[in-house]
Design a protein around this ligand. Structure first.
Ligand code: HEC
Ligand SMILES: [Cu+2]
Length: 346
């Protein structure tokens, strides 16, 4: 009975793990369900090493149990069997086999590692996308060649390699989109490079994968892959939006004034952006606030009044005493900062 209980406990644990891995799968936050060629490559090699390990384990255990059975002491065995010391054949065998197995893993690993760090598209590819990534405590900045900046959400076209040049402003972070490929550190003063490719349009979760301070675990971002023509449209809209200084819509003028007064020192809404806070050119399109809070008006107000409640140790100034009508105007203005329309492909 006791054993049965212990076993049902283990089974329960397995069920929970399976359930949890299910949730991760849905948010595209798993390396076990690859959505691009690089992630597929990593997955295949992981499986290869798993099969090799399983094979070695099986062989070793098979020999082990065979020997246990064969050399078991029988009734009447009162003497030591013949003792063997050293065997050149065996020594060579168990040295050569692991070398061969390691070579099988080594060669593709080296080829892949160099391929992933490729920083330039081949000459015959004309309109490859290059994006500069900067890690900050605790948010991500994405600078596009077209002269605009996005924060927290990076847009790429599907079906082609997109080249990232990665850096950090303060401490070491690590850029990781598990469903699309390998992670790479972003290091102040050092340029690291990585390309990623998404097979299908979709939203892929990203994480900071290097402990970088108290809110490290909340340093999430999203990679949004669009078909090439939708992506080109998005770039065009972002370029147009990044040129706008004054709001086009007079109803948000009051909020714009509050923003100019209190927020513009850290947050750009146009041009190539700033480095002290996320650029908000398309904040209205964000699925989340600060990478992880649902983007609702209530959450937005709570964030502006006390960001530290959500992300401990972050570098935004709190505005606990902002009058309600200023807050409402400000939120209306922030909502107007969008380039995507309802019905645009996700
Ligand atoms: C001292 C600089 C500073 C000031 C002033 C400031 N912010 Fe921030 N803000 C930040 C930083 C830094 C972050 C990123 C926080 C994080 O995620 O770690 C941020 C994040 C945000 C975000 C989330 C952005 C995103 O991409 O999801 C919003 C919205 C925001 N701020 C609004 C405002 C508003 C509105 C004001 C003015 C009332 C303001 N901020 C004033 C520095 C500032
Ligand atoms: Cu980080």
């Amino acid at each position: 009975m006791k054993h049965l209980k212990a076993w049902s406990g283990y089974l329960g644990l397995v069920a929970v793990v399976l359930l949890l891995s299910g949730c991760f799968g849905e948010q595209n936050l798993t390396a076990l369900d690859p959505k691009g060629p690089q992630a597929q490559w990593i997955f295949d090699n992981m499986m290869l090493s798993l099969y090799i390990m399983a094979f070695v384990t099986l062989v070793v255990f098979a020999i082990f149990f065979y020997i246990l059975a064969k050399f078991r002491r029988e009734d009447g065995d009162n003497e030591y069997p013949k003792q063997v010391h050293g065997s050149t054949v065996l020594e060579i065998t168990w040295t050569v086999i692991p070398i061969l197995l390691l070579l099988v893993l080594f060669v593709p690993t080296i080829i892949g590692t160099f391929d992933f760090a490729e920083s330039q598209a081949p000459d015959d590819v004309e309109d490859a996308v290059y994006i500069d990534v900067t890690g900050h405590q605790y948010w991500w900045q994405f600078d596009y060649e077209e002269g605009f900046t996005a924060g927290q959400e990076v847009y790429i076209p599907t079906g082609e390699r997109v080249y990232f040049n990665l850096n950090a402003q303060d401490v070491i972070h690590s850029f990781w989109v598990p469903a699309l490929g390998g992670k790479i550190d972003t290091v102040p003063g050092i340029d690291n490079t990585l390309w990623l490719e998404a097979d299908e349009p979709g939203t892929y979760m990203g994480k900071c994968a290097e402990l970088c301070g108290p809110s490290h675990a909340l340093m999430d971002f999203k990679l949004i892959a669009l078909e090439r023509e939708d992506y080109d449209q998005w770039v065009e809209d972002m370029v147009a939006k990044a040129d706008v200084e004054q709001p086009e819509d007079a109803s948000v003028q009051a909020g714009y004034d509050v923003f100019q007064e209190s927020c513009i020192s850290c947050h750009a809404v146009s041009g190539p952006g700033s480095a002290s806070g996320p650029t908000l050119t398309n904040f209205g399109d964000r699925k989340t606030i600060a990478g992880y809070l649902e983007n609702t008006d209530e959450q937005l107000e709570a964030w502006i009044r006390n960001p530290d409640e959500f992300k401990q140790g972050n570098n935004m100034q709190p505005f606990p005493d902002m009058p309600d009508e200023e807050m409402d105007a400000l939120i209306a203005y922030l909502r107007s900062l969008e380039v995507r329309e309802e019905g645009d492909p996700e």
